[in-house]
Design a protein around this ligand. Structure first.
Ligand code: SF4
Length: 497
């Protein structure tokens, strides 16, 4: 068994090919046999550097990527395991990481994960104890522990990013989170799905501007079938964006299946060479569920057309009509004119933000001259066993009214422009958005704005976008659940100590 992906992708002149495989809801049978067949042919072909194995995609149960991936890995083909935060708490996640290390499978794609789907008996519990940024940190820390115990072979952790966001707030939040994930230990990046070359270019420009040259980016290219096109167009694939015009075109092409497949291969190959031309360090091919022949055909075609990649750019301009682009105006900082604040948003969003911001500055600022006094008072209340009284009589009424507080005892509102990540974000993100928002709205509750879009709007209003997450926020400490976060803050028991 040989790990080659990490070496191949880090070699500056290489353009790697990875293929996404999707285990099904079965331990043996047709899907499993097909996956193993694709992997076997990929290995024999020699152009695919690694396959990636999805982790309960869509939040629905499927065969473990670890076990199926290991079968492939043992045959000699390198494997990147998708590792989401949805189904296990931090204890289970660390245990899984150790198991993967023991198996030698240390290429990990760290993902927050789609929201939870249906398993035995109905909808499952959404865990989201950690987020993808913290997962990157955890794997980095585990690598050091493994090294100390005599295993010099690190985890090679990657992360995902979606440049295909349509609003300024989403773009800013996505790229900000990407920087945090890289700081936390991500060593490569794979994009979400989209068909807008300008957005692919935007990501690379952002990457260079942030001096992230050393972190290679792989672009996703998906072989569109009528089924996948329908799901993406209707928003059923979180983070993927397929606009109406392209959707209609794909459906027309597939009226004759032979023509449909030919067009899908051509579209994927053209996107592949565009990615190469734009400086991506690889292509991640998805949507191949039947045979490796399709991947072979895409790669063959790429060889033929690679020098003409600029001729195809005009075919990849599929964006939402109001799509925000970060760089045509070279704009990465806040533009105070770009978000309109109506009376409703001023009253129900910006006013509470202003009040909470001021209150936080007054009562929860460790640099304030009042901080030692607050610490003393908190210590006295705590020593007298009266924290619960403060919590039930004052803290809970205020925070439940203003924030729908869930009383986690390790308050993270200040990281999300004074919104509660426990009550307002279904994935409890503390380090930036998941990839699932769509036109600014939440993947899970499409009638509500993503909290990170609201955070950006609030910070922009307060001319404080520089206060957007600047370093990774630790996960909440469950030992503090249902205790007073005010006391915990002043007595330095929470994540801000
Ligand atoms: S609020 Fe934003 S980050 Fe949270 S689940 Fe919804 S889209 Fe994802």
């Amino acid at each position: 068994m040989l790990r080659i992906f990490n070496h191949e992708i880090l070699a500056p002149d290489n353009f790697v090919v990875t293929v996404e495989l999707v285990p099904g809801r079965e331990s043996t049978g047709r899907t499993t046999d097909t996956i193993l067949g694709i992997a076997k042919d990929a290995f024999a072909d020699g152009r695919v550097c690694a396959v990636t194995m999805t982790d309960n995609p869509g939040g629905n149960p499927s065969l473990s990527p670890d076990v199926l991936g290991y079968e492939i890995f043992k045959q000699g083909l390198d494997v990147i395991v998708h590792f989401t935060c949805r189904d296990m708490n931090r204890v289970g996640m660390e245990s899984r990481a150790l198991q993967l290390a023991r198996m030698g499978m240390k290429n990990i794609l760290a993902l927050t994960g789609d929201y939870t789907g249906k398993g035995f008996g109905g909808q499952g519990t959404p865990v989201f104890d950690l987020d993808s940024t913290i997962l990157c940190s955890m794997l980095k820390s585990l690598s050091s522990k493994l090294a100390a115990s005599g295993d010099p072979d690190d985890f090679f952790t990657g992360c995902a990013v979606s440049p295909f966001k349509t609003t300024e707030a989403e773009c800013y939040a996505q790229y900000n989170k990407l920087n945090r994930k890289i700081e936390a230990g991500a060593s490569f990046v794979i994009t979400q799905l989209g068909y807008d070359a300008k957005k692919f270019q935007e990501l690379m420009t952002h990457h260079k501007k942030n001096k992230n040259y050393r972190i290679p980016v792989i672009g996703s290219a998906y072989l569109l079938s009528p089924r996948s096109a329908r799901a993406m167009n209707s928003g059923k694939v979180p983070g993927a964006y397929l606009p109406d015009d392209l959707y209609k075109k794909v459906m027309r092409e597939w009226e004759t299946p032979k023509q449909g497949l030919k067009s899908a291969i051509e579209r994927t190959a053209k996107l592949g060479v565009i990615l190469k031309g734009l400086g991506y360090r690889g292509i991640h091919i998805g949507g191949v569920h039947k045979s490796f022949k399709t991947v072979g055909a895409i790669l063959d075609r790429m060889d033929v057309i690679q020098d003409s990649w600029q001729d195809f750019l005009h075919e990849y301009n599929h964006s939402h009509e109001k799509t925000y682009y970060m760089f045509p105006k070279q704009k990465i900082e806040a533009d105070s004119n770009s978000v309109k604040h109506d009376l409703k948003s001023k009253l129900f969003d910006l006013l509470p933000y202003t009040i909470l911001n001021a209150a936080h500055d007054l009562f929860f600022n460790k640099k304030s001259f009042m901080a030692p006094l607050f610490k003393k008072i908190a210590g006295m209340i705590d020593q007298n066993g009266k924290s619960w009284l403060l919590k039930y009589l004052l803290e809970d009424p205020v925070k439940i009214l203003l924030l729908s507080c869930r009383s986690c005892g390790d308050c993270g509102i200040q990281h999300v422009a004074f919104q509660c990540p426990e009550s307002r974000c279904p994935k409890h993100t503390r380090n930036g958005p998941c990839g699932g928002s769509r036109e600014g709205y939440c993947e899970v509750h499409p009638d509500k704005l993503c909290i990170w879009v609201r955070a950006y709007t609030r910070l922009q209003y307060g001319k404080a976008t520089g206060n957007f997450i600047q370093k990774a926020v630790p996960p909440r400490n469950w030992a503090l659940n249902k205790t007073s976060s005010w006391i915990n803050f002043h007595l330095e028991r929470d994540h801000q100590k």
